[in-house]
Structures are given as structure tokens and as C-alpha cells.
Design a protein around this ligand. Structure first.
Ligand SMILES: [Zn+2]
Length: 105
């Protein structure tokens, strides 16, 4: 994947597109909406860790993709990617944060 500003995401192939599309869109959302709205600390509070670069960006992008793909999270989600994990309750809070950011922006 390659990044340009303003947000242009280039995927190497369809497989990478399918695997990463919503994650990469989460990064765009972070840059275009979350950060300018001052909502990164709100995500960090849900994440239970202070916002750090790049780990928090990656965890937010993972959470964004989960919210895009699922209405509910039935059991805790855990990934070794930047030690990302989300409980069903955190999932609801993050998805609510994203929807709220969209509605207020
Ligand atoms: Zn990423």
C-alpha cells in the first residue's frame, strides 16, 4: 500500500484491496475526521492506553474496520497487530464514537 496526502490509497492487487480496504479507510477517517475533531483522546480512553503513534492509529483503523463489517461483536476480538483487542462493550463505544463524529462533523 502507498499513501499520499490528500488521501489516495493504492492497493497492489484485488486481494490486498479486499483485505485492507476498511482498515485503510479507518486511517483516512482518523486523519480527516477523528484528529481534526479532537476525538483521538476519546478513542484512547476506550482503548485504555494513551494515544501513541503509530500504534493507536493502527488500532483505530482496526476498530474502524470491525465497525464497518459488524453490527455487533459477540465475543472479544484479539489480534497481535499492535496488540489490538476489543471487547463487545469497547466495540459498541468505538462504533458510537465514529458515528457521532460523522454526525457532528
Ligand atoms: Zn494501518
Amino acid at each position: 500500500m502507498a499513501w499520499e496526502t490528500p488521501a489516495v490509497i493504492t492497493f497492489a492487487n484485488r486481494r490486498e484491496l479486499r483485505r485492507s480496504y476498511w482498515h485503510e479507510l479507518g486511517h483516512v477517517f482518523d486523519m480527516q475526521v477523528l484528529a481534526p475533531s479532537g476525538l483521538r483522546p476519546a478513542f484512547a480512553a476506550i482503548d485504555g492506553r494513551p494515544w501513541t503513534t503509530p500504534a493507536s492509529e493502527e488500532r483505530f483503523a482496526q476498530a474502524y474496520a470491525l465497525c464497518a463489517h459488524n453490527k455487533i461483536l459477540r465475543r472479544p476480538y484479539k489480534s497481535e497487530y499492535h496488540a489490538f483487542s476489543l471487547t463487545p462493550r469497547q466495540f459498541l463505544r468505538v462504533c458510537r464514537l465514529i458515528r457521532g463524529a460523522v454526525q457532528s462533523g
